[in-house]
Design a protein around this ligand. Structure first.
Ligand code: AHR
Length: 503
């Protein structure tokens, strides 16, 4: 039998703006993320514009990608930007030591990345090499990108075909500096951050009026619940950052995959529950870091950027373990909606998030196979949630039941609401239950009508899409919602994501 959940939405009291940047992406030089996934080269038979796949660009434009973080990840702390400029046939070939040890052609470099970002209409977030480089290399990259003067480096950019400076919106100073980014202590990293930040010359820091470096500086942040990292880096180097990052992956039992325990498809019911439980832990992880940040920065000047998140499973059978290629199912769609709803609740501090990763890696939006491409269930959640970008958060007061499985508990239903830039009210609902349909009855305090409804669901828990095959799972029109008086009534089926628009 259907269960009714009653609650209220404070439609008259909208909260902070949900930054569109929490719908950000992360694209690293890893596996088939860049090469094949985004870049095929101008000579390829796969339809492309200046080497960049047309199908991928069209799909990403549809989800209005607000920002892309590049070139890594672990890769960033071994990357030298000069390898990726100038004539492509003269660029050095390097080893990609973090990811599979294969060859990195450097065909996709600075100009190609900015071309891609511009094609999809996204802001640029570049991650600079701290651990195996110097502030000088960073300084020169920034100058190459942003200088409008007649300095030699800017002229080099012009000689490479770009007259106008590029716009750098965000700069990541190191990545996972506690791990692949140099195995530093937080004290050591905080000093490195101060040093690199000084030579970044933010907004002309120094005695000149250079205003070309207005990018927001993102400090390399903690993993999971390591609040000590956040505390030390903020205590010692708050002045050197505009945001600090946080990485939190949805891992089976919170640990990196052991074969056959963390399957992307064909998983057991235990694995289904475990992943949804872990995804919900994002709430406690954010709360823990926000508490520390609130002590150090009560005015909330510094943003918390979850610049890597998503599910991390065993790689697909027969694929290179270092390429992190995994399928993506209805379960991932539920992880995505639940996580985005959690971000919305912390929007005053969480001002960016970047799902790992855009194409062919971890919880991807898109999977490619030669000239074929599939949109994943996660992609469709991002598409359904576009109206939440830069919308005004509306608090929802609702008590939801908990799912209990083998001693672990997580909420069965997650609800979010916001007033969109279009003035309409958007409601996102994730029902994580395997078999329980819920009717939501929400007091709106206003008479409105439901103008649109979309649902993503499937009978199969691991429904997924395969490049070149008929789509198995995609959004459909949802019409089981209406407003009676001032009450929204929506009948939300088990294991589904629903987005409603009210006017
Ligand atoms: O997204 C894959 C990797 O996960 C990134 O390179 C690294 O930052 C993290 O450990």
């Amino acid at each position: 039998a259907e269960i009714t959940l009653k609650g209220a939405m404070a439609t008259d009291h909208p909260g902070a703006t949900i930054s569109r940047h929490i719908y950000g992406q992360f694209s690293e030089h890893l596996g088939a993320s860049i090469y094949d996934g985004i870049w095929v080269g101008p000579e390829s038979d796969i339809p492309n514009v200046r080497g960049i796949r047309k199908d991928v660009v069209a799909a990403l434009k549809d989800i209005k990608v607000p920002v892309v973080r590049w070139p890594g990840g672990c890769f960033a702390d071994e990357y030298h930007w000069r390898d990726g400029i100038g004539p492509r046939d003269q660029r050095p070939v390097r080893k990609n030591n973090w990811w599979g040890g294969g060859l990195e052609s450097n065909a996709f470099g600075t100009h190609e990345f900015f071309d891609f970002a511009q094609m999809i209409g996204s802001d640029a977030y570049i991650s600079v090499n701290v651990a195996s480089s110097t502030p000088t290399e960073m300084r020169e990259w920034i100058e190459y990108l942003t200088s409008d003067d007649a300095d030699t480096i800017a002229n080099q950019r012009r000689a490479n075909g770009r007259e106008e400076p590029f716009k750098v919106d965000f700069i990541g100073i190191g990545n996972e500096s506690w791990g692949c980014g140099g195995t530093m202590t937080p004290e050591y990293y905080a000093n490195e951050l101060r040093r690199f930040s000084a030579f970044f010359h933010k907004n002309g820091f120094g005695f000149h009026d250079n205003n070309d470096n207005n990018a927001l500086r993102v400090a390399s942040g903690a993993n999971n619940l390591d609040t000590q990292w956040t505390k030390v880096v903020m205590t010692n180097a708050a002045m050197a950052m505009d945001a600090i990052s946080l990485h939190f992956y949805t891992l089976f039992e919170g640990d990196w995959p052991k074969r056959n325990e963390a399957k992307a498809t064909g998983f057991s019911l235990d694995q289904w529950h475990e992943i949804l439980f872990q995804a919900n832990r994002m709430e406690e992880v954010l709360q823990a870091h926000i508490e520390v940040m609130d002590q150090q920065d009560p005015e909330k000047r510094i943003g918390l950027y979850v610049d890597e998140w998503g599910t991390w499973y065993d790689v697909e059978e027969g694929t290179e373990p270092g390429f992190l290629y995994q399928q993506n199912t209805l379960r991932d769609a539920l992880v995505a909606a639940t996580t985005l709803n959690i971000f919305h609740r912390h929007t005053d501090r969480v001002r960016m998030a970047n799902i790992a990763q855009t194409v062919n890696v971890l919880q991807a939006m898109l999977l490619t196979d030669g000239e074929k491409m599939a949109k994943t269930p996660t992609y469709y959640v991002f598409k359904m949630y576009v109206p939440f970008q830069d919308a005004n958060f509306i608090p929802v007061d609702i008590k939801v039941p908990m799912i209990k499985h083998k001693g672990k508990r997580y909420p069965a239903v997650s609800v979010t609401a916001a007033t969109g830039k279009d003035g309409r009210i958007h409601v996102g609902i994730a029902n994580l239950s395997l078999d329980q349909n819920y009717t939501l009855e929400l007091d709106l305090g206003n008479v409105l009508t439901v103008t649109e409804g979309t649902i993503l669901t499937h009978a199969a828990l691991d429904a997924h899409n395969i490049p070149g095959e008929q789509e198995q799972i995609m959004p459909h029109v949802f019409d089981a919602a209406s407003v009676v008086g001032e009450h929204l009534k929506a009948s939300v089926p088990s294991k589904s994501v629903v987005v409603l628009t009210l006017q």
